[in-house]
Design a protein around this ligand. Structure first.
Ligand code: SF4
Ligand SMILES: [Zn+2]
Length: 365
């Protein structure tokens, strides 16, 4: 065991305190869902290493995230969608997949090339999705091109990835890294793992990639712009360095940087309610994408709830235009899209970047 140091001690204390608050907040609301129905399913298009393709996104209902039950991340309200009893059996999970296939058959002209499966937890955690279900899902989608599954880094290993690559599916593991800065991930997001764990998961994916025949395997890093307790400029700096650090790791080919939105029953929501939190500006999102456009990875962002108080927003006048530029950037990776948008509120944003601090500043001695 590591020796206690003031820093580690304080950090551990912080996590306990965050968990306690988050447990209380989450206990205010528990929804119960049918284990035979997916949480959500929808059709979309996505930028992948093979270009822009049609995608089918599935949010499987697997019993919710264990970390969320311990308290969990400060911005995440997903536990509200967990099922009673804590785990979902193989047959029920396969029923959920059938519902998704029916949805696709009814709404899409042809089967999507890309399948994305999220679980509000870790698809590769065998306590959430057992090996039997994992291989059955791989078989079900063996006729597609690419699959993305979501997992915390601890559960990523080359054999599990090989279940998918062996049936001819290029495979990406989406990891909610949130930030490359350990201090911010621990103290602002309340996520327990380290950047080194992310690097280890990338290495597993790289090994799986080397062993795969005719298909590829890699990591898609999800970053969170502006967790609580950071000023706007700290959030921007954190994202610029995080995008660069992720893109530099072998095996990580895509970075999805997403601005925080205020979800109900979270610590972010409590802070927001009391005037202690503002979601990031869309100008900040544009700034990060523009200034990291040279990195050797696909960098995308999908601001959810843009233009609303609870989502990333500017002044209300320009939000749709800036959002459109961000979506253009996602598809084309061309930073010049941001030269075509401007608004008077940019001056306010620039002042916020310069003057906002994340701690109480005494105005007089
Ligand atoms: S963000 Fe992910 S790890 Fe954190 S509580 Fe939510 S589902 Fe769990
Ligand atoms: Zn504006």
């Amino acid at each position: 065991m590591s020796q206690p140091s003031p820093e580690v001690y304080e950090r551990g204390k912080g996590m306990d305190a965050h968990n306690q608050v988050m447990r209380e907040i989450r206990s205010e609301k528990e929804k119960h869902y049918d284990p035979h129905e997916p949480t959500r399913v929808w059709l979309d298009e996505d930028n992948t290493p093979d270009g822009v393709v049609q995608s089918l996104t599935i949010i499987l209902n697997t019993g919710g995230c264990r970390w969320a039950r311990a308290g969990g991340c400060t911005m995440c309200g997903y536990v509200a969608e967990s099922v009673e009893g804590g785990s979902v059996a193989h047959d029920a999970l396969m029923d959920q997949i059938d519902v998704c296939l029916e949805h696709e058959a009814e709404n899409a002209e042809e089967p999507a090339d890309l399948i994305k499966i999220y679980t509000s937890g870790s698809f590769l955690d065998e306590r959430e999705v057992g090996a039997e279900t994992r291989t059955a899902i791989a078989e079900t989608f063996a006729d597609r091109q690419r699959i993305v599954v979501e997992s915390l880094p601890d559960f990523v290993d080359r054999e599990k990835i090989a279940d998918f690559t062996d049936v001819g599916l290029s495979t990406d593991v989406a990891i909610g890294l949130e930030t490359a800065t350990d201090r911010i991930r621990h103290d602002c997001v309340n996520k327990y793992f380290d950047f080194a764990d992310f690097e280890a998961a990338c290495e597993e994916a790289r090994d799986a990639d080397l062993e795969a025949d005719g298909v590829d395997a890699g990591i898609k890093a999800y970053l969170l712009m502006k967790p609580p307790f950071l000023s706007e400029s700290e959030a921007v700096d954190d994202m610029i360095s995080s995008v660069r650090r992720c893109a530099a790791v072998d095996g990580c080919h895509t970075v999805s940087m997403n601005p925080t939105n205020v979800q109900r029953y979270t610590m972010v929501d409590e802070l927001f309610f009391r005037g202690g939190y503002r979601p990031p500006w869309l100008w900040s999102v544009a700034e990060v994408l523009e200034s990291t456009a040279d990195v050797d990875a696909i960098v995308v962002s999908d601001p959810v709830g843009h233009g609303s108080d609870r989502g990333p927003h500017n002044c209300g006048e320009c939000d749709d235009r800036v959002q459109k530029a961000i979506k253009d950037f996602d598809r084309r990776q061309d930073p010049s899209v941001f030269e075509q948008v401007s608004c008077d509120c940019e001056a306010t944003w620039e002042y916020v970047i310069e003057a906002e601090t994340s701690y109480g500043m005494p105005l007089a001695r």
